[in-house]
Design a protein. Structure first.
Length: 226
């Protein structure tokens, strides 16, 4: 099982050092942390597997504010998250740019967690399967691709998909692509075991609850028994 922590825009280098000192995931679960770019070096030094929260599609060039796969490799970063709903919502990320970023990550030997998921309005309009079909179809199949199903209405809202709803979406995604599928959306120590015990839930992408080493360790422990 893969349990990944997306720290979003939280924790600078000093707080990252504190986190990695306190974090002790159990053996038998792959724990990944994805800090902001400026904290990657400290995260890598802590010994946990580290992903970036994004990666650009060019090797280098005039792309202000972006970071290349080559730079991430140089730091010892293992992979990148692409297509997070916050990137899609606030920074104009599309299925096409998500795919370009994933392609470039693979070209540099990085692993990828690619995020997909429907909004509340799309779910209410019965468009969930159409949205997932479109978003997944854009992803480049690759042995190092992991998909994260993150219903947008459950991200950072405290609303969690029921285990049955998550299982249904994961099973559907697996009819579209051969890749492990993580669940993301308000995963916490209290609900992790039930979500992770669903047959097609292969791990979790955790936002808020990954910021505290104790709660993130507890989620990793829940994965051990699921
Ligand atoms: C996320 O941002 O990937 C996420 C799932 O956030 P949260 O766990 O805080 O809902």
């Amino acid at each position: 099982m893969l349990i990944a922590g997306n720290w979003k825009m939280f924790k600078g280098p000093r707080e990252t050092e504190e986190f990695v000192r306190a974090f002790s995931p159990p053996d038998g679960v792959e724990a990944v942390i994805a800090p902001p770019f400026t904290s990657l070096r400290e995260a890598v030094a802590g010994g946990t597997t580290v992903f970036a929260q994004n990666v650009h599609w060019a090797d280098e060039g005039p792309y202000t504010g972006e970071v290349s796969a080559a730079f991430l490799k140089e730091l010892g970063v293992a992979g990148a998250i692409v297509g997070h709903s916050e990137r899609r919502q606030y920074f104009g990320e599309t299925d096409e740019t998500t795919a370009k970023r994933a392609d470039q990550a693979f070209a540099w030997g990085l692993r990828v967690i690619a995020c997909v998921g429907e909004t509340e309005a799309q779910r209410e309009a019965d468009e969930t399967e159409d949205v997932l079909r479109r978003q997944v179809a854009a992803l480049p199949p690759h042995p190092d691709l992991v998909v994260a199903y993150e219903p947008v209405w459950a991200i950072g809202t405290g609303k969690t998909a029921t285990p049955e709803l998550a299982q249904e979406a994961h099973a559907f995604i697996k009819t579209l692509i051969d890749a492990p599928v993580l669940y993301g959306g308000s995963v916490k120590p209290e609900n992790a075991a039930e979500l992770l015990s669903q047959p097609d839930v292969d791990g979790a992408l955790v936002g808020g609850a990954s910021l505290d080493p104790e709660s993130f360790t507890a989620i990793c422990r829940a994965a051990l028994h699921s």
